[in-house]
Design a binder for this molecule. Structure first.
Ligand code: NAD
Length: 266
C-alpha cells in the first residue's frame, strides 16, 4: 500500500508528518506522493480540503484520513496522540472505507463556448464583484426564482456543517446523496421575492444559475476562489464521483456534530 502525507506546514503538523512517515515506512508501506492509496492529512479541515484537491483526479484509488493538530475537525477527527494506533491499523489494513457525496460544478462561458468543470467537497459559492448578485435560478430546467442578494451557496452533505451552517442551512447526513442551496442575505420586499428557505435536492436534480446582471462572478470551490469572466451559466449537481475516507473506529456523524458544536467533554 502506498501513502502520502498532507501537512498544514506548522511545526507540530510537520513533526507528526515526519513521525508518521517513519512509522508507516517501518511497517512496509511505501511513500508515494504521486499515486497514494492512503492520504494522511495532518492539520485541520482546510488541510484535508487541500489534500482532496491534490488527489481529486484519482478518487477511486485513494482513501483519506485526517489528524487534527488544532481543534477537532469534521474531516480531521483523529487526535495526534492516536497516531501510533492509526499507523498500526493502516499497516494491518484494519479499516473500513466510507464514501461521501461531492458536488459537480460546471461553468459555461458565453462567447468562447468553453466550459470548466470542478468538484467540491464542501461547497461552491457565487458572489458578484458588484454589490448585488442578480441571477435566475432554474431547478431541473424550470425557472424557480430571480435571486437578488449577497450570493448563493451550494453545499455537499459533509460541507453542510461549514459555510452552509453559517448561512442557516440544515445539517445533512452524508449518507443522503444530495446538495443544498442556501441564500446569502436575499433582498425580499413587495417587488423582489425569493423562497428564503434552504433547498435540499437529491441526486439527478440540477440547479442552473444564469446571470441577469453582469457577466463576471466570484466563484469559490471549497477554499479556492476565482473571478470567472463572461459567464453564461453555472450548473450544480451531485457528482458521480465520491470521496472515500478510511474509518478505523466508530465516530458517528451526529457525535462529530455534537462534539464540534455543543461540547466535546461528554
Ligand atoms: P479554514 O481551513 O480556516 O476553514 C475555516 C473553518 O471552517 C475552520 O474552522 C474549519 O474547521 C471549518 N470547516 C471546514 N470544513 C468544514 C466542514 N466540512 N464542517 C465543519 N467545519 C468545517 O479555511 P479555508 O481553508 O479557507 O477553508 C475553506 C472553508 O471555509 C470553506 O469550504 C467554507 O466552508 C469555510 N468558510 C466558512 C465561512 C463561514 O462559516 N462564514 C465563510 C467562508 C468560508
Amino acid at each position: 500500500m502506498k501513502f502520502s502525507i498532507q501537512s498544514r506546514n506548522d511545526s507540530l503538523s510537520n513533526q507528526l508528518m515526519e513521525a508518521a512517515k517513519g512509522y508507516l515506512t517501518d511497517f512496509g508501506l511505501v511513500f508515494d506522493e504521486e499515486e497514494p492509496n492512503i492520504v494522511v492529512s495532518i492539520g485541520g479541515d482546510g488541510t484535508m480540503l487541500h489534500g482532496f484537491h491534490k488527489y481529486k483526479h484519482r478518487l477511486e484509488d485513494t482513501a483519506f484520513v485526517g489528524i487534527h493538530t488544532g481543534h477537532l475537525g469534521f474531516y480531521a477527527d483523529w487526535k495526534p496522540k492516536e497516531l501510533e494506533k492509526l499507523v498500526i491499523s493502516l499497516a494491518r489494513k484494519e479499516f473500513n472505507v466510507i464514501e461521501y457525496p461531492l458536488l459537480e460544478v460546471t461553468i459555461q462561458y458565453r462567447h468562447s463556448g468553453d466550459s470548466a468543470t470542478y468538484l467540491a467537497m464542501n461547497e461552491s459559492t457565487v458572489k458578484s464583484p458588484e454589490v448585488t448578485l442578480v441571477m435566475d435560478v432554474e431547478l431541473n430546467g424550470e425557472h424557480f426564482e430571480r435571486f437578488r442578494g449577497d450570493g448563493l451557496c451550494v453545499s455537499t452533505p459533509s460541507g453542510s456543517t461549514a459555510y452552509n451552517k453559517a448561512l442557516g442551512g440544515a445539517i445533512i447526513h452524508p449518507s443522503l446523496s444530495s446538495m443544498q442551496l442556501t441564500e446569502m442575505a436575499s433582498i425580499n420586499n413587495r417587488v423582489f421575492r425569493t423562497v428564503g428557505s434552504p433547498l435540499v435536492l437529491p441526486e439527478h436534480h440540477n440547479i442552473l444559475l444564469t446571470p441577469v446582471k453582469g457577466p463576471d462572478f466570484m466563484v469559490t470551490i471549497d477554499h479556492l476562489q476565482l473571478l470567472h469572466k463572461d459567464v453564461k451559466s453555472i450548473e450544480y449537481k451531485v457528482a458521480a464521483e465520491k470521496v472515500r475516507f478510511a474509518r478505523f473506529r466508530s465516530f458517528p456523524f451526529w457525535k462529530r456534530v455534537h462534539d464540534s458544536f455543543i461540547d466535546d467533554n461528554g
